[in-house]
Design a protein around this ligand. Structure first.
Ligand SMILES: *[C@@H]1O[C@H](CO)[C@@H](O)[C@H](O)[C@H]1NC(C)=O
Length: 274
């Protein structure tokens, strides 16, 4: 069909031009030919230059792939704290008797160390807006635009707590997880340390037990969700019970928690805004 049309239009070209007309056409042809030659030569040179510039650049980008930030954002539900994510290599130091500010019998200092994981102690944080939940947790709240709710699989029609400017208020899961871990820790030490001024220990035994179980469940879900598959090994050692010792000083690739905590401190909304 296409070929037939082509042939038809070929035959339509008149072949009864006069001598002068033919010469004129030939000259015109020749000029166009020369111009085309120059243009195509230029196009070739230009295209070679472009390839020479952008091919190595493109290959470099392809080989490098997306950066840490892009990867971690792609593998997470949206968060206003995305800009604070930084990936760092970190070796855990957690042998059986390794000292840590977060380990051991509770003292005022140890309790403060835990609280500081989510409270922080930057001066500006004290002026921020706090949410008193049903526990000892006093959390700062961050605000984000309601357009982001679908990214969290949440509806705009629900009666979310909001800031004065209409933005939705939220805390961040990492701080709830840390609170939960701390609360379970406190529960195991409840007969050795006075937690009577701690709201989480105020609701009666049944309520406290429910809260602890909620926290254990939260951390189970979190641990399964992350499913850290970093290998850990055993060192053979005649001195150790059973002739071997587990090596918990494992290498990890982590989010920089300090970055996220700093971001949180800087971005919690103030009384005036909430
Ligand atoms: C979104 O939430 C609904 C209701 O809770 C749930 O059924 C659905 O599986 C969620 N979507 C995704 C992608 O998890």
């Amino acid at each position: 069909m296409f070929q037939a049309t082509m042939q038809k239009s070929y035959h339509k070209v008149p072949d009864s031009d006069s001598e002068t007309d033919s010469t004129y056409v030939r000259n015109l042809d020749w000029n166009w030919h020369s111009i085309w030659q120059k243009i195509s030569l230029l196009a070739w040179i230009l295209s070679i230059c472009l390839w020479a510039t952008f091919l190595p650049l493109g290959l470099h980008i392809l080989r490098r792939g997306p950066d840490d930030k892009a990867c971690s954002q792609q593998l997470s539900v949206w968060s206003p704290a995305f800009p604070a994510i930084e990936i760092v290599d970190r070796k855990f130091e957690n042998s059986f008797f390794h000292a840590s500010p977060y380990r051991g019998k509770p003292t005022a200092n140890l309790e403060k160390a835990w609280d500081d994981l989510w409270n922080g102690n930057a001066p500006q944080f004290e002026h921020q807006y706090y949410s008193l939940t049903s526990s000892s947790l006093i959390v700062g709240l961050v605000a984000f635009d309601e357009d982001k709710l679908p990214l969290l699989n949440k509806s705009k029609t629900q009666n979310w707590r909001r800031a004065k400017d209409g933005r939705v208020l939220a805390s961040l899961e990492v701080f709830h997880d840390l609170h939960c871990l701390s609360f379970i820790r406190q529960y195991t030490y409840r007969n050795e340390y006075d937690y009577s001024d701690n709201i989480a220990f105020g609701g009666g035994d049944e309520m406290i037990r429910e809260h602890v179980d909620h926290c254990i469940e939260s951390l189970r879900l979190k641990i399964e969700c992350t499913s850290d598959v970093t290998p850990y090994m055993e060192v053979l050692s005649a001195q150790s019970p059973g002739g071997r010792q587990l090596d918990f000083d494992t290498q990890h690739r982590c989010r920089n928690f300090d970055n996220i905590r700093e971001w949180y401190k800087r971005n919690t909304v103030s009384w005036a805004e909430a």
